[in-house]
Design a protein around this ligand. Structure first.
Ligand SMILES: Nc1ncnc2c1ncn2[C@@H]1O[C@H](COP(=O)(O)OP(=O)(O)OP(=O)(O)O)[C@@H](O)[C@H]1O
Length: 469
């Protein structure tokens, strides 16, 4: 399987362009002057009828069927639409960042250069909008990407959705966008790509959509704003607490800042971390810290380590020991190549299935590595042979073993020294008490496997062994 930078756009098989169909949707009559048109159109947003002079299109039949299923679904986990939109926004941001590596100009200046996601709640008009400063879509992109599905097996997929009723599959098949119709009955997508003017796509999920040049909204500069006109029964998505929780949940590995704005005009950064600066370069580290604190049903990781390696091979890494071993940790130890480290190159997400960064016995660790030295767009085979990788692996093992050793050293239960124990107990040691025993319980077997498999680090590993007395 090839590893591809997330930032690359997928190659789309050619598809027939959707048919143009005139006069679908309400056509207000008697429009005279331009300003009149603008006024009427602004009104139409609240009336939820499609813009009058827009070019109208029919959805590809499968898309139409899919939308029917979604809009009539009784599926209870409607929250997933936000996961899909955040993930699309993040992909779009990755794409522009990827292009900016070779051409800085594409980012533009001022706010345009801020690679971020904004979520806005307009309680009065019952609109939830998600905006990114990503790559954006041209008119042609809007028509193709949000009107057709280019993948083979689409009909079978739609069939499966209908029979299983499990709309969670939607993201896996790559049609996540349409899940917006779980919560909205009218959706506008406003988009500005560097190569085109700003356009609006809109649809009421009635088999048709419309696209027009946008003369109504503020210029976006670059990127996409998705406006969801919420259904009556989906008003809960205007509640900032609910939204904040959802954003936290779905932004686990999103390496761009997400800002949530409520109508009160209070700016809250979600997720926010008081002790971290939100320096752009640090975004993936930043998110990782949040992840450390908030995941695992509020159980903290047993230990973590965050470091920067300089010299020939430059990388940053966060490693941590989860609070519990996954149930299947040892089940297919020799067969599976499961890794829990995410690999980024220059902050572009590359893979979370790359198992060359740590030896098998350290598979229980989680975290991420962000390297400036590895090439961005390479196959797995090329990466495996890259000489930097050996250095990264060596340093990661060292840091991981140091981190585990420290866990023991800082645990008062581990200390034989009575005085030290007293001093430590008066400080913040309560949290650290018993942590090593917990670690040993969950991951002791991995240390034993390491002793067998890793001759270079055998002595270091031996110091981590514990025996029942
Ligand atoms: N915010 C956005 N900015 C730019 N392009 C977008 C955005 N949202 C969607 N698109 C375009 O529309 C296409 C269809 O989106 P959709 O969510 O249905 O599928 P996907 O993103 O390809 O797959 P997945 O849902 O698994 O992420 C995307 O591939 C992308 O080209």
């Amino acid at each position: 399987r090839k590893i591809q930078a997330h930032a690359e756009s997928e190659s789309n098989a050619p598809v027939d362009p959707p048919k143009v169909e005139e006069k679908i949707g309400a056509v207000p009559s008697g429009l005279s002057t331009d300003s009149d048109v603008t006024k009427r159109e602004a009104e139409s947003i609240s009336r939820r009828s499609l813009r009058a002079n827009a070019e109208k299109f029919e959805f590809q039949a499968e898309v139409s069927r899919l939308m029917d299923i979604i809009i009539n679904s009784l599926y209870s986990n409607k929250d997933i639409f936000l996961r899909e939109l955040i993930s699309n926004a993040s992909d779009a941001l990755d794409k522009i960042r990827f292009l900016s590596l070779t051409d800085k100009e594409v980012l533009g200046e001022g706010d345009n250069a801020k690679l971020e996601i904004q979520i806005k709640l307009d309680k009065e008009n019952k609109i939830l909008s998600i905006r990114d400063r990503g790559i954006g879509m041209t008119k042609e992109d809007l028509i193709k990407n949000l009107g057709t599905i280019a993948k083979s097996g689409t009909s079978a997929f739609v069939e499966k959705m209908q029979t299983s009723g499990d709309l969670n599959l939607i993201g896996q098949f790559g049609v996540g966008f349409y899940s917006v119709y779980l919560v909205a009955d009218y959706v506008e997508v406003i988009s500005k790509h560097n190569d085109d003017k700003q356009h609006v796509w809109e649809s009421k999920a009635d088999g048709a959509f419309a696209v027009s040049e946008d003369v109504w909204n503020e210029p976006l500069g670059r990127g996409t704003e998705i406006r969801l006109h919420l259904r009556d029964e989906a008003q809960e998505y205007l509640d900032e607490y609910k939204l904040k929780e959802l954003v936290k949940k779905y932004s686990e590995f999103i390496n761009f800042p997400i800002h949530l704005w409520a109508s009160k005009e209070v700016d809250e950064e979600v997720p926010a971390d008081e002790d971290e600066s939100s320096d752009e370069d640090e975004t993936c580290m930043h998110d990782m810290h949040i992840f450390l604190k908030e995941d695992f049903d509020n159980e903290k990781p047993l230990s973590w380590s965050h470091f920067t390696a300089e010299g020939d091979v430059e990388f940053k890494a966060v490693l941590f020991v989860p609070p519990k071993a996954p149930q299947d940790l040892y089940e297919s130890y020799y067969n599976s190549n499961k890794s829990n480290l995410k690999l980024y190159v220059r902050r572009v997400f590359i893979s979370d299935e790359f198992d060359e960064l740590l030896p098998k016995y350290l598979n229980f660790l989680r975290g991420l590595v962000d390297s400036d030295t590895l090439p961005l767009n390479v196959s797995r085979e090329m990466l495996q042979q890259h000489s930097s990788l050996k250095t990264i692996k060596k340093k990661l093992i060292r840091k991981a073993l140091d981190m585990i050793r420290k866990l023991a050293e800082e645990d008062p239960d581990e200390s034989n020294d009575k005085d030290k124990k007293d001093i430590e107990e008066s400080s913040d040691s309560n949290e650290k008490k018993g942590q090593y025993a917990k670690f040993w319980n969950e991951f002791g077997k991995s240390i034993k496997l390491g002793i067998i498999e890793d001759a270079t680090n055998r002595n270091r590993l031996a110091k981590l062994l514990r025996f029942e007395t």
